[in-house]
Design a protein around this ligand. Structure first.
Ligand code: FES
Ligand SMILES: [Fe+2]
Length: 441
């Protein structure tokens, strides 16, 4: 129905530019929710968020409020957060434990953790001879069409048909392999709460920024320089400076030329990998202690392979940005054409020394939290972009940097040598977007 009002979607996207309506037209937003977010694999959370039977977390998938819940059989289910009786939201809290079963707060219908109807008050006298009862699937809580997890990271798709999670992730699954392999125990564990930031801009603006290697040296330069001054002062006074200063000063130290030395790898579903990692292999005592534990767990050769993975960022379209080497991820939940929720999570490496967790926490607080200058720098630009795109000042957004110089490889598009700041990831995301949007159910 909606597509009748949005004719010729193909005209919005050209290989090196897109129309501004893609970011600001509410009708296009609705269509994106139907054809992308409510159809493909969306990250729900990590299995360790719901360790015990009845534990649940609410999660937004497209326009749908959902629940991720651990069943008594140990399985993780993803259900619509809605009572089939009269539509009451089942869980009003963000997370909690449902107990032995879900119980609706309105008329006390109860449901198993997998959503199956368990009881209705006075079911026999109230419903005998009607179409309502356990035999009718419409009386159970509706499930997400498909749920799969990869190394503890749970995804759901609201469409019955489509690629499997592994097919969809493809090479981008390295985000989870890299994060988990860095744990001596081979697993990570959620730190059970996250920062939430509502951005006043379209969801795609955030995603495009994640692999925009040109912006850090511009946008975050002032923050980086200020940190560098303090870092130098501390080093002068004490002979060394805490690694946490380096996390910020790197934004000043890594110049545009250096970012050009990184590379992006772009994949068909819109996923992208940015290689290069600013902390790479520090040689401080905490890292050395960690390497010792890693070597014991994996042996020297495998440890070298694991710690040698050199990835700064993995973007899993359309809603996840992972920094595996620092055990962080950001989940992107579009709320409206100009409202985007980001959830910023971080993880513990199972079996790693506490100092390594502290390092992840420092990065989380210093770079990704709402309190940091880095995040504030970005948010201001996102809002300003959305404002500019809402105006009649121009019709197009350009993604022309290094256009025509990408290297087509089997199954991916790479940026050429010294073209790390190419706008190839944005071109790739919009190419995937156009393909998603054209495909009708
Ligand atoms: S709305 Fe849930 S039991 Fe009535
Ligand atoms: Fe940034």
């Amino acid at each position: 129905m909606l597509q009748e009002h949005v004719p010729d979607l193909g005209k919005f996207v050209e290989p090196d530019r897109v129309r501004r309506e893609v970011y600001v037209d509410p009708r296009i937003f609705e269509l994106e929710m139907q054809r992308i977010h409510e159809r493909y694999w969306i990250y729900c959370g990590h299995e360790s968020q719901v360790p015990k039977p009845g534990d649940y977390y609410t999660v937004q998938i497209g326009r749908q409020p959902m629940l991720m819940v651990r069943g008594r059989d140990g399985k993780v289910h993803v259900l619509y957060n809605r009572c089939p009786h009269r539509g009451n939201m089942m869980c009003g809290d963000r997370h909690g434990n449902a107990g032995e079963f879900f119980r609706c707060s309105y008329h006390a219908w109860t449901f198993q953790h997998d959503g199956a109807l368990r009881s209705i008050p006075m079911m026999e006298s109230g419903y005998a001879g009607t179409r309502y009862g356990k035999h009718n699937p419409d009386c159970s809580m509706k499930k997400a069409a498909r749920v799969e997890s990869y190394r503890g990271f749970v995804f759901a798709s609201l469409a019955a048909e489509g690629p499997t999670l592994l097919e969809f992730l493809g090479e981008s699954r390295i985000a989870f392999d890299d994060m988990c392999d860095r744990a001596p125990g081979g697993e990570v564990e959620i730190v059970p709460n996250c920062f939430r930031v509502v951005q006043h801009s379209n969801w795609k603006i955030f995603l495009e920024n994640q692999l925009d290697a040109l912006h850090p040296s511009v946008v975050h330069q002032s923050t980086g320089r200020a940190a560098m001054e303090v870092e130098n002062l501390i080093r002068k006074q004490t002979g060394q400076a805490p690694l946490s200063y380096h996390m910020l000063s790197a934004f000043a130290a890594v110049t545009i030329e250096k970012w050009d030395g990184f590379q992006t790898l772009n994949y068909p579903y819109g996923h992208c990998i940015l290689t290069g990692y600013m902390g790479l292999r520090p040689k401080d005592p905490d890292t050395l202690a960690y390497e010792k534990v890693m070597q014991k767990a994996y042996g020297k050769q495998r440890m070298e392979e694991i710690l040698g993975v050199n990835i700064h960022h993995v973007l899993i379209y359309p809603g996840l940005s992972v920094q595996s080497a620092l055990q962080q991820l950001r989940a992107v939940r579009p709320l409206g054409v100009d409202r985007t929720l980001t959830e910023i999570w971080h993880f513990r490496l199972k079996g790693a020394p506490e100092a390594i967790y502290r390092r992840s926490l420092a990065y989380y607080n210093l770079v990704n939290s709402p309190a940091t200058l880095i995040n504030a720098d970005d948010l201001e630009n996102f809002w300003k972009c959305h404002q500019g795109l809402s105006s009649d000042g121009g019709d197009w957004v350009s993604f022309g940097r290094h256009f025509g110089r990408d290297l087509e490889k089997p199954g991916r598009v790479e940026t050429g040598p010294n073209m790390g700041t190419s706008e190839a990831p944005m071109r790739n995301q919009m190419k995937a977007w156009a393909r998603y949007m054209r495909a009708r159910a």
